[in-house]
Write a protein that binds this ligand. Structure first.
Ligand code: NDP
Ligand code: 8X3
Length: 254
C-alpha cells in the first residue's frame, strides 16, 4: 500500500502506534493523533525518515478540537484516504450497580462521541472525492456480553452498528467502511482499565498468547489492500486461547 493519507486516532500506544509503524513506508502520509504528545513525538522521531508525518495532540472527546484538527490540516494532508477510528478505552470491571458513573461517561464520550466527531468531520471530504475508507475499531465486547462489560460493551455495540449503518448511507459512493472486532490483545488497554494496577492488568493475559497490536495492524493492512470494489464489512478475531463461555447460572435460589 502506498501514497495514502492515513488519519489515526489513539496513535500514542497499542493498535494505533503499531498501525502507524506498519504504514510508515511506501510514501504514505500519516496524521497521528492522541492526547499524549510525548509518545507522538517519539513516533515522529522514529518514523520521520520513512514517512511524511503530521502529529496533533487531540482529545477526541472535544468536538471543536476535532473539527479544528481536520480543518487545520496542512494542504498535503487534507485528502484523507483512511480514517482509523481507534482511540478508545475501558474503565473498570465493576458491576453496574457499583460502577463509577464518571467512568461510564468517559467511555461514552470517547468510544462513541469521539468516534462520531472524527467520522462526521472527515466523511464529507471522502464523499466529495468519492474515495476513502473508514475503519472502526470495535471489540468482541460489543457482541458478546461478560460481567463488568456493561457500558464498555455497549459503546462497542454502538461502533459495530454505526459501521453497518454508515455503509447504508454511503451506498452509491466509493467510500468503504470496515468494523474490526478484536478479542483480548495485550497493549496498554488493561493498565488503563485497571487504572495503573499492573498486577491486575498482567493477570488478564497470564498463561495465554493474546493478540498483539501488530496482529491488528496486519488486519488493517489486509482490509485496506483489498481491491477498491471489495468492502470488508466486519472482522472478528481472537487469540487461540480465548473463546466463548457457557451461560452463567445462579445456583443460590433454593
Ligand atoms: P491502548 O490503551 O494501548 O491505546 C489506546 C489509545 O487510545 C491510546 O493511544 C490513547 O492515547 C488513545 N485515547 C484514549 N482516550 C483518548 C481520547 N480521549 N482522545 C484521544 N485518544 C485517546 O489500547 P488499545 O490499543 O488496545 O486500544 C485501541 C482500541 O482498540 C480501543 O478502542 C479499544 O477499545 C479497542 N480494543 C482493544 C482490545 C484489547 O484487548 N486491547 C480489544 C478490542 C478492542 P492517549 O492516552 O495518549 O490519549
Ligand atoms: C477489549 C476486549 O474482552 O477486554 O475490547 O473487552 S475485552
Amino acid at each position: 500500500m502506498s501514497g495514502k493519507t492515513i488519519f489515526i486516532t489513539g496513535a500514542s500506544a497499542g493498535f494505533g502506534a503499531a498501525t502507524a509503524r506498519m504504514f510508515a513506508t511506501e510514501g504514505n502520509r500519516l496524521i497521528l493523533t492522541a492526547r499524549r504528545i510525548d509518545p507522538l513525538l517519539r513516533l515522529q522521531d522514529e518514523l520521520g525518515t520513512l514517512a511524511d508525518i503530521h502529529i496533533i495532540p487531540l482529545d477526541v472527546r472535544d468536538r471543536q478540537a476535532v473539527q479544528g484538527a481536520v480543518e487545520g490540516l496542512p494542504e498535503r494532508f487534507r485528502a484523507i484516504d483512511v480514517l482509523l477510528n481507534n482511540a478508545g478505552l475501558a474503565l473498570g470491571l465493576e458491576p453496574a450497580h457499583q460502577v463509577d458513573l464518571d467512568d461510564w461517561e468517559t467511555m461514552v464520550d470517547t468510544n462513541i462521541k469521539g468516534l462520531m466527531y472524527c467520522t462526521r468531520f472527515m466523511l464529507p471530504g471522502m464523499v466529495s472525492r468519492n474515495s476513502g475508507h473508514i475503519i472502526n475499531i470495535s471489540s468482541t465486547a460489543g457482541a458478546w456480553p461478560y460481567a463488568g462489560g456493561n457500558v464498555y460493551g455497549g459503546t462497542k455495540a454502538f461502533v459495530s452498528q454505526f459501521s453497518r449503518n454508515l455503509r447504508c448511507d454511503l451506498l452509491g459512493t466509493r467510500v468503504r467502511v470496515t468494523c474490526i472486532q478484536p478479542g483480548m490483545a495485550e497493549t496498554e488497554f488493561s493498565q488503563v482499565r485497571f487504572k495503573g494496577d499492573t498486577e491486575l492488568a498482567a493477570g488478564v493475559y497470564r498463561g495465554t498468547a493474546p493478540l498483539t497490536a501488530t496482529d491488528i495492524a496486519e488486519t488493517v493492512r489486509w482490509v485496506i489492500s483489498q481491491p477498491s470494489h471489495v468492502n470488508i464489512n466486519t472482522i472478528e478475531l481472537m487469540s487461540i486461547d480465548q473463546c466463548w463461555g457457557p451461560f452463567a447460572i445462579n445456583r443460590q435460589t433454593n
